[in-house]
Design a protein around this ligand. Structure first.
Ligand code: PMP
Length: 374
């Protein structure tokens, strides 16, 4: 059998591991920031109708520019942010991962550099690697906020072509102030006076935040992009639908790299059906926000150090004993609860699930804390 290392793969991919959280079959799975609520039955029926309709013309390629879907996404963004967004400002792809990849294919690439502030969403760096973009890891404060002065210095020293700002940040849950994004955006433009640099605000968890979207910052900033997804708030991770909002010039630019007909007719029909149920789905978001706040409070009561969260997950610790956070991850798994070890020293991340799942998680944490104390 041939092993990957024997193949003529690109040098920078040698010895690397693919992205992937363990998909283990355990009673309580709180490790991938999914929405625990299945889509409501009337929406499932509506998807059936819309997909049946789409199936009648599957002999044809889909709408290459997904105009109806982009227009409905723009309508949703207008409603959420009050900002004047049209379909010309919106682009959609198979998950926000594909959106981010297309941005790097367009604005990054060989000879170019992307900067992120870690710990953050590991795919930013992996997508940079996959597109031949050099990756630079910028600093954070001890409380996981971005150290603006240090970040500006990093931008001035390395003049990145693309800067990622994740808000709320995965895995810490930390939201980013609008002033921080403005300061980083200004520094990035100053550092690259010829054409400027692209600043991507990843708002995959935006709907769970106490703070408003940073989308209004797009006004007058053609090199700022806000990326979002239907995987979390819309409870549709299996759908694979992400989108961005930006100046129409950015939307035209990413079309230079997108595969023709990248968004299937089935995907477009399903996403349009889900958008018809926005109100119902955002109702689940409210429940998840209050469960998130309960998890934070109960973890603190249990003696954990908890990072304030604006997302549908919570980072907790500190587990600095023998085996570190990974030993606690294993102990929770032994109690039937799967959380995420993102490699942040002494910390783990738990996704807010149903009240029952969260109860099971909190019971397991209390039991494990007792075990550790012994
Ligand atoms: N951004 C962040 C911060 C994420 O955590 C995720 C998924 N875990 C994504 C983007 C990608 O999500 P999707 O491709 O499902 O839209």
């Amino acid at each position: 059998m041939t092993v990957t290392e024997e193949l003529p793969i690109r040098d920078e991919l040698r010895g690397k591991s693919p992205y992937g959280a363990p998909q283990l079959d355990v009673p309580v799975r709180l490790n991938t920031n999914e929405n625990p609520y299945p889509l409501p039955e009337p929406l499932v029926q509506r998807i059936g109708e819309r997909v049946t309709e789409a199936a009648r013309t599957l002999n044809r390629y889909p709408d290459r520019d997904a105009v109806e879907l982009r227009s409905e996404l723009a309508c949703y963004l207008r409603r959420m942010t009050g900002h004047a967004v049209t379909e010309a400002h919106v682009w959609a792809a198979n998950g926000s991962n594909e959106v981010l990849q297309q941005l790097l294919q367009t604005f990054g690439g060989p000879g170019r550099t992307a900067l992120g502030f870690e710990p953050s969403y590991s795919m930013h760096g992996l997508l940079a690697r996959g597109t031949g973009t050099a990756w630079l890891s910028g600093p954070r404060n001890d409380d996981f906020t971005i150290d603006v002065a240090a970040a500006v210095r990093t931008i001035e020293a390395h003049r990145p072509d693309v800067v990622f700002v994740c808000s709320p940040n995965n895995p810490t849950g930390t939201a980013v102030e609008a002033e921080t994004v403005v300061a980083l955006h200004e520094a990035a433009q100053r550092a690259r006076p010829e054409h400027g640099a692209l600043v991507v605000v990843d708002e995959a968890y935006g709907e769970f935040s106490h703070r408003p979207s940073l989308l209004p910052l797009l006004e007058g900033r053609p090199t700022l992009v806000v990326s979002r997804t239907m995987s979390k708030a819309f409870g549709a991770a299996g759908l694979r639908l992400g989108y961005l909002a930006a100046d129409p010039a950015v939307v035209e630019a990413v079309q230079l790299v997108r595969l023709p007909y990248h968004l299937s007719a089935v995907t477009q029909a399903t996403a349009l059906a889900a958008l018809e149920y926005t109100d119902t789905l955002l109702g689940y978001v409210e429940q998840l926000k209050s469960e998130r706040d309960r998890i934070v409070a109960e973890l603190r009561d249990a003696g954990c150090e908890v990072t304030a969260s604006d997302a549908n997950f919570v980072q907790f610790g500190r587990f600095d004993g023998p085996g570190g956070a990974h030993a606690v991850w294993e102990a929770l798994l032994a109690h039937g609860v799967l959380v995420r070890d993102n490699g942040v020293p002494g910390r783990l991340r738990v996704t807010a699930g149903t009240p029952e799942e969260n109860d099971a998680f909190l019971d397991a944490v209390r039991a494990v804390m007792k075990e550790i104390a012994q």
